[in-house]
Write a protein of this length. Sequence first.
Length: 623
Amino acid sequence: MNIKIRNASVTLGVNTILEEVNLDINEKDKIAIVGRNGAGKTTLLKAIIDNSLFESGIGDEKFSITTLGKFNIGYLEQIAFSNENNTLIDEVRESFNNLISMENRINNLVAEMNKNNDAKIILEYTETLETFKTLGGYSYQKEYEGLLNKFGFTSADKLKKIKEFSGGEKTKIAFIKLLLSKPDLLILDEPTNHLDIKTIENLESYLKDYPKTLILVSHDRMFLDNIVNIVYEIDYGKTYKYVGNYSNYEIEKNKRYEKVLKDYEYQQKEIKRLRGIYERFRFKPTKASMALSKLKQIERMDLIEKPKSEDLRTFKTNLSEIRKTSKVVMNLKNLSFGYKTILGSLNLEVLRGMKIGIIGENGIGKSTLLKTIGGLIKPLDGEIEYGLNLDIGYFDQNLITLNNDNTVLDEFRNYLPKISYEEARRALGSFLFKNDDVIKKIEVLSGGEKVRLQLCKIFYNKPNVLLLDEPTNHMDIIGKEHLESILKEYTGTLIFITHDRYFVNKIADQLLVFEDDIVKYYPYGYKQYEEEMKKDMPLSDNIVKIKKNNVNTYNLNKEIKIIEKDISNKERLLKNLQEELYKEEVYTDYLKSEEINQKIAKLSNELQELNNKWEELMNSYNV
């Protein structure tokens, strides 16, 4: 297969999102599309699927789209369940209907050969068996079993009906079906969102060996580094191609910028020199012809456009002037955490300046532990002894403390009522909320803007203890890199949850790992943790086992059913909103489509929070 796109643009409503797209997609390419939030990455993916969205761009080349060979495209939004009464195992096996039919035919032919040595039957058996082998007939079962396991589904889950799974689990099932269908062109938009590290690593391993063509959008730098061999950057509406993984792209991008800038500056000097000669001699009869030739020489030049500097705008803050805490910041003594049932218990002494990363699967108590440490949830047992002079800043991944009815400015001033209007404007401006941005309602902000606003509120008070729950969700790569640099220089105490391996590797010098019904403490960072895991080391004395208590199943079942009903209602609302986007009166009206997209983003966040709570309760049920 091959797709070649030249000088294409994409306009949605009255806004031109992409101005000059040049793209080559070849057999077995593994391509990353990168760029800042709002650059048009998802728009480009949708246009690759539906070429009718492309029109002529602003470049000099003729607009064209060329495709060679027959191929099918797989995209997560296209995956639907044929029947939600199907069991999980039946649903995923549908991806192999052709092989299953072939397998049944082979078995029938074997039975017929036992009764009859007809040459036609033997020939059909031989040909069918050969095709079955070639198409992976002896490995397909192992393949889907492996993926179900990698995405955290148990043997008991295989017999559950699709309708019994949560929204997040249904997304995982759709994802598995997409991978098993092995489209000629697999397109993934932020596939690692809301996946835990173990699942990300399993997905990464699968995609490395994916035998066909892959295009993905992701802000996970380690994920990109380990998979892709081509990077297309979208910058100011134009695409730029780089061969290699993400790290190589960063190096080559800087080299390219420096070269183009150098060529531009050299050409400008040459133009200035030639114009100088022309101006000097154009009125001298004996030199006029020579002077005119210099002007024509300029006209014949292929003018080099001055390269635009990279858009590095991001938030600014200063956490250097913080109060000094006591040496022991907090002491967790036989601390049991959870809601109605104990999810885990541990002893841990947290010292000033520690940077502890919390990692592990979804829905097993990481956020609950952080909320307990921050005093938002009472311990179920044990105690926390806090040190002196603690100024705690807590960041919640679901941003539940933001009031959607507030403007940005009102939200900030309600949180910090003593500061002046001018100081509030300055503080918000340093987090990229400038001019009329401050009078926007929070309900219309993007996920990234909400994260910036919450960090602005927290960082303004210069906390000396930071508790951060998935702070990089919704952040683009430049935002992540800037937050990394802030936290690396931070002299206070930091405890944070993340599924971003690159981020935790950069920041954490200690780890708490939730794994296999135990919480493991490691007095070192992520890189050494990975190395130790490869050695398959025995468990250390720092392991804290999770207690398994009796559970009041009646109350738990009642709570689970309430949440499942809420999830079902919100999923129905989300589906209705997504269908609205395909109506002509909506997708041709930028303001309408933007308003619906904001509602979708808000509803998706609420669903994710409910799904996390559901998974946590189900884990409590199974302890």
